[in-house]
Design a protein around this ligand. Sequence first.
Ligand code: SF4
Length: 387
Amino acid sequence: MSIVNLGVPSASAPGPATVLAPRRPTRRIQVGTVAMGGDAPISVQSMTTTPTSDVNATLQQIAELTAAGCDIVRVAVPTADDAAALAQIAQHSQIPVVADIHFQPRYVFAAIEAGCAGVRVNPGNIRKLDDQVKEIAQAAKDHGTALRIGVNAGSLDPRLYAKYGRATAEAMVESAVWEASLFEEHDFHDFAISVKHNDPVVMVRAYELLSAAGDWPLHLGVTEAGPAFQGTIKSATAFGALLSRGIGDTIRVSLSAPPVEEVKVGIQILQALGLKERKLEIVSCPSCGRAQVDVYTLAERVTAGLEGLDVPLRVAVMGCVVNGPGEAREADLGVASGNGKGQIFVKGEVIKTVPEAQIVETLIEEALRIAETMSPGEGAGPLVTVS
Ligand code: SF4
């Protein structure tokens, strides 16, 4: 943050969110109750980590993901016991369930018959998938099941490894387009495609190529992105590069962390890009030599105190009077600190000045009071508006 004060912005809010580019037109499909592609909202997905055969544990985790804002959940189906559990899971889940199938084409049919909203197939490791496309397409049509052709760098079709020498963007796209053409030959069009790679640069290139090759809804993912910190950076960078150009219809952040964290990161990425309504947003400064309060602690305590607030409220927590009053005025609520005191702003007006020790409780009190009067969409809008 600059330490040069460029003046206090006006108190007027910066208007509604705009996005960096219009969504690329894709065909719209239906994954259970969730529309995907076309102008449907970009959905957030995750995957359970429980054994799918443990129905109660899996449903419990799905409930936690649902509460966190997950739109679609995927479950692994490595065994016959997992396949047998799908009907109950699909029936009791509040969000659409997608069965993730590798190696065993018979589980594709089992998942469709179990009532899963979608099935992910990996053309790289389902032997004889190509021979069974007709039957799979027919079963999916009969049950209204969507498919995802999920190509993954780690399990690329051996024929394409042989041709390209490694999992290049071109190799993954060739695999996906080939598989898509087989389903389309059988007049089946209700599928999305993913071409995931652990390297964001290769991944972005692959989705660019895929996006230019057809109008399929695209499921974005950086596969095996790593532990939470690294995976968040990789996913945010790659998704940002694509979503900012209108590419991508659904996202899954892959983290070596609990799946609820994936959902939180996914939602934050969409909100940051103006592709999803923002909820509580803490605008806090990084602090610097000018800070006259402990900004880190202040921001953490305010964030913790307002956790779960479900309205688009922007709260500014600023360390000094350089940018403090300006940011605090732009937010729904804010504090500009200095000289052991905090000036509390509400909707651009100073409503009171409190001793430093009372800043947190005053902000929380005022936030809850404002939140009671707000409905979704009434907040100050995004901090930065891009045309
Ligand atoms: S303390 Fe915060 S608001 Fe003040 S100049 Fe430093 S970073 Fe900016």
